[in-house]
Structures are given as C-alpha cells and as structure tokens.
Design a protein around this ligand. Structure first.
Ligand SMILES: *[C@@H]1O[C@H](CO)[C@@H](O)[C@H](O)[C@H]1NC(C)=O
Ligand SMILES: *[C@@H]1O[C@H](CO)[C@@H](O)[C@H](O)[C@H]1NC(C)=O
Ligand SMILES: *[C@@H]1O[C@H](CO)[C@@H](O)[C@H](O)[C@H]1NC(C)=O
Ligand SMILES: *[C@@H]1O[C@H](CO)[C@@H](O)[C@H](O)[C@H]1NC(C)=O
Ligand SMILES: *[C@@H]1O[C@H](CO)[C@@H](O)[C@H](O)[C@H]1NC(C)=O
Length: 357
C-alpha cells in the first residue's frame, strides 16, 4: 500500500516537474519589453544582502553605464534588441542558480500597409500587408474584409506570407470593399483599413512573349506573339488589351503600340540589323491598370548578311522550353517595373510601387 502511494506520489511529482519544464524550461519566465525601456530584474534570494552575480546568456555581466546592480537587482537601461536573451542570477560564493528570466526586446507594431489587387478578375482578388518597421518579436495579423455591410470570408494564401485570397461577392458591384488588418503582439496592437471599388484594383499579371519571328526579306519586321497570363480566368468574356514596347538594345527610347483583341503584332519599323528588346503588358479592356512589363525578349530582324547555308529559323537560346520555331529569342531577367498607365490610374500605381519597395 505504502508502495502504491509512493509511486502515485512520484507520478504526480513527475507530472509537476514536466509541467514546470514545459512552461518555462531552461528559460525561466519570459517577458517582452519595449526597445528603449528600463527593466529591473529581481533575484529571488531570501535576503537581499546575499551577494549575487548575474549572467547574460551564460556570461557574467560587468558594470556598465546601462547595466546597474543594486543589491540583488539588475537594472537594464534603455534596452536594445541585442539585449534579448536569458538572464540568470547566481549566488556569488556557491555559483548556485537562483532564477532565470528571459527577455525579448521589441516594438509594438506600427500600422500595417495594405495592398489589394485582382489579377483574376472577376473571380478573386488578394490582399497583402506588411509593417514598415520591424517588431523583432512574434506578431500576428488579423484580417477582415467587408463588402458594403457584409463580412466576407478570406483564405490565407498557402504560398505567400502575409497574403489572403478573397472571392468577389458579386460581379460588377458598385459597393465598396473595406479591408482591415490588425497587427498584434505582446507589446501592443495597431490596425489600418483601406476601401476601394472593385474596378480600381484590377491589374493582370504580365502576358508572356512566346515567339518572335523574323520574316525573310523583311529587314524591318519582327512578328511578336504572346499569350495571356495564365491567372486571367476568362479571357474570352473579359478580354485584355495589350501594350507592346520595343527598341534596339543600344537606344534609350522605346516605341509603343497598343494592340486590342489579338495576342500578336508585327513590328514594321524595326532598325535593320539591330538586336531589339521587346516587352508586352496587359490590361483589362475596360477597368483597372496595366500589368507590369513581361520578361524582355531579344530578337534581330532578318538581314541579308545572314549566312545562307544556315537555316533561316535557327533555334536560339530560349529561356523557357517553348516549342518555338523562332530565331533570336532570348529571355532576360525582369526589367524595370515601370509601366505605362492611364493618368487616372497613376496614383494607384504609385501606391503599389511604394508598397513594393
Ligand atoms: C530609464 O532610466 C533613466 C535613468 O534612470 C531615465 O533617465 C530614463 O528616463 C528612463 N527611461 C524610461 C523610458 O523610463
Ligand atoms: C529591487 O527591485 C524591487 C522592485 O523593483 C524593489 O522593490 C526593491 O527595492 C529593489 N531592491 C533594491 C536593493 O534596489
Ligand atoms: C500605430 O502605428 C503608428 C505608425 O504607423 C504610430 O504612430 C501609432 O502610435 C501606433 N499606434 C499604437 C496604438 O501603437
Ligand atoms: C546559349 O546556350 C548555350 C548552350 O545552351 C550557351 O553555351 C550559351 O552561353 C548561350 N548563349 C547565350 C547568349 O545565352
Ligand atoms: C531602370 O532602373 C534604373 C534604376 O533602378 C534606372 O537608372 C534606369 O534609368 C531604368 N531604366 C529604364 C529603361 O527605365
């Protein structure tokens, strides 16, 4: 009987010990403190005259301007993130550990910046958010989206941090959407909201140039073909229009041409014998703003000097495995994200540009 009681007691003790470890473990108590604040740590000694030493992440703390020992208390002044860590108090003579305190130094969140955009109009849009200055401590975000008075469901994006996806509630509605993001951590919370009409956030992803063909005996022509961004859900019923820009690599000024209805265009004023750089952007034919420019593609028009024994359509370096019969197509990295926008949309674009910086 005594044995059973003893072992029951052991089990209880073991559970208590495990709980205690689960709670604080080696770190002892954990506190979040604001950058720039003063913090006093108390050593749990029975009498405040026992000499103690404090250690920070194992290293003995010496006397410094901003670290003050008063009896068994340690005061840290004007703390910084580098002072995040574990402080332990030991009896000076025995070195025995009295207690441990973990401090995480950080900031409460500033108000989040929010950006919403639809690259899949009229099905869905997404919103992203970020803090313009770091908190240094774990921070959570809460998102609420309303359409008029109605709360709508959001889904966290599995592939992007700080991003959620939302289905448009009704098509072509004139009620505003309002998105509120609240950032919260152990030191405080902050929130911000934006409101918009659905048609102002429409911005397709860039199209993709899939072919640039030279035309035999036409030294000033280049035939460019592209395809709609795969994210655009219904190109047949919600058509896109396009903007093509091109220039010889060695010149600064771009030529522009707007193309409606079809995803191809023949440039007829290319510079003879020069390597050109070509990009295309897309926009919903009615609402929203222009996409970013597509990846740049390089091509040189047909020239007389081409060796005649070489096939006209020599497969050149194409970055993607497109099945293309085209010469001189070479994709390069994404260029500047400057985009031609209608003036009414310029403000929105600038906001996007600022947010992405
Ligand atoms: C921290 O302590 C110093 C010196 O005692 C004092 O001047 C300062 O105002 C204190 N800072 C805060 C945020 O309390
Ligand atoms: C240690 O700090 C506690 C709480 O801040 C304070 O009450 C106590 O007087 C301090 N002791 C000394 C020796 O400064
Ligand atoms: C929220 O953030 C702004 C800066 O974005 C700041 O000025 C303000 O004090 C913060 N509010 C709170 C309650 O922390
Ligand atoms: C074209 O591809 C070949 C082999 O795939 C490579 O050696 C060459 O550097 C590439 N040229 C350019 C201009 O990218
Ligand atoms: C591209 O961006 C750089 C700096 O980001 C700028 O100096 C350059 O003029 C830009 N080029 C074009 C073609 O916009």
């Amino acid at each position: 009987m005594a044995n059973i009681v003893a072992s029951a007691y052991c089990v209880v003790l073991a559970v208590l010990v495990m709980c205690a470890q689960g709670h604080g473990g080696q770190e002892g108590r954990k506190y979040y403190k604001r950058i720039g604040s003063n913090v006093t740590l108390q050593c749990e000694t029975s009498d405040s005259h026992t000499p103690v030493v404090w250690r920070f992440d194992g290293h003995v703390i010496g006397h410094k301007e901003d670290q003050l020992l008063q009896g068994t208390n340690l005061t840290l002044r004007n703390i910084e993130t580098a002072q995040s860590g574990t402080y332990s108090c030991h009896e000076k003579h025995s070195g025995k550990l009295k207690n441990q305190i973990t401090i995480q130094v950080g900031n409460p969140p500033v108000s989040p910046t929010i950006l919403c955009r639809s690259n899949a109009y009229p099905e869905t849009f997404y919103c992203t958010w970020q803090l313009s200055s770091p908190t240094y401590i774990p921070t959570e975000f809460d998102i609420s989206v309303r359409h008029g008075e109605k709360e709508i469901e959001t889904t966290m994006d599995p592939n992007h941090k700080n991003r959620c996806n939302i289905r448009f509630l009704e098509m072509f509605s004139t009620s505003k959407y309002t998105v509120t993001v609240t950032a919260k951590n152990a030191l405080g919370s902050n929130s911000s909201s934006i409101s918009f009409n659905e048609n102002t956030i429409v911005k397709p992803d860039p199209p993709e140039i899939i072919e640039v063909n030279t035309i035999p005996d036409s030294p000033r022509k280049l035939e460019v073909k592209w395809r709609n961004p795969l994210t655009w859900p219904e190109p047949d019923s919600i058509p896109l229009k396009y903007f093509l820009r091109y220039k010889p690599v060695i010149l600064d000024d771009w030529q522009h041409v707007e193309v409606t209805d079809v995803p191809f265009h023949t440039i007829t004023d290319a510079y003879m014998g020069k390597e050109h750089i070509i990009q295309v952007a897309a926009k919903d034919s009615e609402v929203g703003t222009w996409s970013e420019w597509s990846k740049a593609v390089h091509a040189t028009p047909w020239t007389q000097l081409m060796p005649t024994n070489e096939p006209e359509k020599k497969p050149n370096n194409v970055s993607e495995p497109f099945h293309s019969t085209t010469p001189s197509v070479r994709a390069i990295g994404p260029g500047n994200s400057s985009v031609r926008v209608e003036s009414s949309a310029t403000l929105f674009l600038s906001i996007i540009v600022i947010l992405f910086i």
